[in-house]
Design a protein around this ligand. Structure first.
Ligand SMILES: [Zn+2]
Length: 309
């Protein structure tokens, strides 16, 4: 995926393996929310080996090691350093592009297999994912440009929070599904480039780090929202993060302890939460769930019972 490279890609970790992922792994394993489109309830928790989990095939060995060395192998990460923050966002962006390419390939395979189904939905999914990849290129081009010319096209903010054994690297679309739909109805075309926010949240040296970034062109629109994550007290932040992880972001892994305490037995609830979120239309809404409280399991169950059934 490097703009000037045609070497074969290796399996790259979305987040530093030696240090961050290995520090929370148990017997070299972690848990993820795994998507399997061939099942009726297509999301569930899976335990996987650390070499396979949280990886994507995006860069060749050479580029993977030289581009990311600053946040991989050069000692302590400096979150006040623009380039270090940018590298987290760059990797998140390419993982998202890769995920979309996988979806496109899968739909194309189903269409080619000539099973007796209406292909309209599949073709629409392909179309939307291709559009999303084009939108992402706006961000990746700005990132490469920044790396090359030492410019700063993004704003980044970071904050230390209580230590939690969960790693998240995701993009979050600021515009809600409802706003995107309203735009389509009003203007009879797709919204030009929705505004993406890049989020990383991971344990690092006895704390957890929350790192968020957005393109400066989007500052006016998203700044107030992003600032909430950095200005609010920890209690509100925990709820905000919990909503994000439960309802909006799928790209995360956690330790065995975190899984046992917070997630075990909730496969079906998490699947329903994803559906609830897709129907709800307002992805910026925060719900009254809190991963960081001891009674999370009980509360999450009753929230889903009440709102989804
Ligand atoms: Zn390469």
């Amino acid at each position: 995926m490097h703009p000037n490279c045609d070497e074969k890609a290796i399996n790259s970790h979305i987040m530093q393996k030696n240090g961050i992922l290995s520090a929370i792994s148990d017997d070299q394993h972690l848990w993820e929310l795994s998507i399997d489109h061939f099942k009726q309830e297509y999301a569930g928790f899976k335990r996987k080996g650390i070499n396979k989990i949280y990886t994507f095939t995006g860069f060749c060995n050479h580029h993977d090691s030289i581009i990311f060395s600053k946040i991989e192998t050069q000692g302590k990460i400096d979150f006040n350093d623009y380039e270090s923050c940018l590298l987290f966002a760059l990797r998140t962006a390419y993982n998202e592009i890769w995920l979309k390419e996988v979806v496109i390939k899968m739909q194309e395979c189903v269409i080619k297999s000539e099973v007796d189904i209406d292909t309209w939905m599949l073709e629409e999914t392909i179309r939307q994912n291709k559009l999303a990849i084009i939108d992402m290129e706006f961000y990746t081009q700005a990132m490469w440009n920044d790396l090359q010319n030492k410019t700063e096209s993004f704003n980044f903010e970071f904050r230390e929070t209580d230590y939690q054994e969960i790693c998240l690297n995701s993009i979050y679309t600021y515009d809600t599904s409802q706003e995107i739909m309203d735009y389509q109805m009003k203007y009879k075309r797709d919204m030009e480039r929705p505004s993406e926010i890049f989020i990383s949240y991971f344990p690092y040296t006895n704390k957890s780090i929350l790192l968020m970034g957005y393109h400066k062109d989007d500052a006016q629109k998203v700044k107030g929202y992003v600032n909430l994550f950095f200005k609010e007290n920890l209690k509100k932040l925990n709820r905000r993060l919990s909503s994000l992880i439960s309802f909006n972001c799928e790209t995360w892994v956690c330790s065995n302890n975190f899984y046992k305490e917070k997630l075990e037995g909730l496969d079906s609830e998490f699947f329903k939460a994803m559906q609830f979120s897709a129907k709800n239309g307002n992805e910026r809404k925060t719900f009254n769930v809190d991963f960081f409280k001891d009674d999370f399991k009980k509360n999450f169950r009753s929230f889903i019972d009440k709102n989804v059934g």
